[in-house]
Design a protein. Sequence first.
Length: 173
Amino acid sequence: MGKTVTICFANNKGGSGKSTTCANIGYVLSTMGYRVLLVDGDMQLNLSLSFFGEEEVLDMAKSEKNLYYAIRDQKDLTDYVVSTPYENLDLIPSSTLMSQIEFDLFTKWQREFILRKSLENIKASGKYDFILLDTPPTLGGWVMNILCASDYLLIRWRHRRGACSVWPICSIS
């Protein structure tokens, strides 16, 4: 595979299956031989909890090697990647501090592009075929940041038997 494809999983409703769908698609892609990076962008830590035990996730959330500190300090995310127990599947863990990320980003220059810039070196390295971004159940500035870093948006919703849509993100520059 050539270019790294970035997909975000979003819906402003909690409990719609964003984290579960992101985790399952990431795992299936990894078993197919694709190299996958998962990014847990939600303060509820559900994506991280899909691959690690609660104690380990809470330790990652308390450390300074998680998404919150990287975004707040506008750092390259390369050093924040954690290997999961599964081959071809890595994770950038979240923190409960993500609840205040909107406030932290408010005064930043070009704040809607911070995640995209933080992922540049990872994408340029070609190490991953897919980057899957989990979002919180909101439509605020942080989710806009995630959308701006994405090539595709997957919206999971329930309609009778369950459904989802995948939309290409066009002309975000």
